[in-house]
Design a protein around this ligand. Structure first.
Ligand code: SF4
Ligand code: SF4
Length: 186
């Protein structure tokens, strides 16, 4: 991939901020590509995990924060455990995503809609209520009929239930509140 480096970009500031947030040293990366080779979501990403790290080294903030990759990462940690240099790629993905949220950068994927619906379900019921997650996702993403035709089949096979199950949701809400407080304090 050809990279055009903009001389106006503050090369140090973005990389250093991310390093601080992710608590890892992206400068150690020598582009072996082991992280990318092991990433199960790489096929969906527009820039690979090793390219994300390279752009961070070069301070190319726009490339990282506007990428689909930071939203598709599922934090499985495969990349970080494979890295011979001990770079926490997953941490960089997480820090980039949090930075994008704070800077109100709109994700290039519907993943935020799914994230909100999923978190909303956990907050309300203490566990996932699948029909609610799918309904919330469809409403937020504007894809109203997405997967709705699978519903009868899933019901017939008893893979989903129309009545949510509650589990100690007050404790789960406490976790959400603590996370929000932490996020505000960052
Ligand atoms: S595995 Fe580590 S050293 Fe290799 S490209 Fe990825 S971050 Fe860089
Ligand atoms: S943590 Fe993210 S980037 Fe790393 S292997 Fe998993 S999905 Fe890929």
């Amino acid at each position: 991939m050809q990279i055009n480096i903009n001389k106006d970009v503050n090369l140090l500031e973005f990389g250093e901020k991310l390093q601080e947030l992710a608590e890892t040293d992206v400068k150690k990366c020598y582009q072996c590509g082991k992280c990318t080779a092991g990433c199960p979501l790489n096929y969906l990403m527009d820039i690979s995990p090793s390219q994300v790290i390279r752009f961070c080294q070069l301070g190319m903030k726009e490339k990282v924060l506007n990428s689909r990759s930071i939203w598709y990462c599922v934090f499985c940690d495969t990349c970080s455990t494979r890295c011979p240099q001990g770079v926490d790629i997953k941490g960089v993905m997480d820090a980039s995503r949090r930075t994008a949220v704070r800077q109100k950068i709109k994700p290039k994927a519907d993943i935020r809609a799914l994230e909100k619906s999923f978190a909303g379900s956990i907050y309300s019921f203490g566990r996932v209520f699948e029909p609610g997650v799918v309904g919330g996702f469809n409403l937020r993403s504007g894809k109203l009929l997405h997967d709705v035709f699978l519903f009868p089949l899933l019901l017939l096979k008893r893979k989903i239930c129309l009545i949510p199950h509650w589990v100690r949701s007050s404790e789960v809400r406490g976790v959400f509140k603590r996370a929000r407080r932490k996020e505000r304090g960052l």
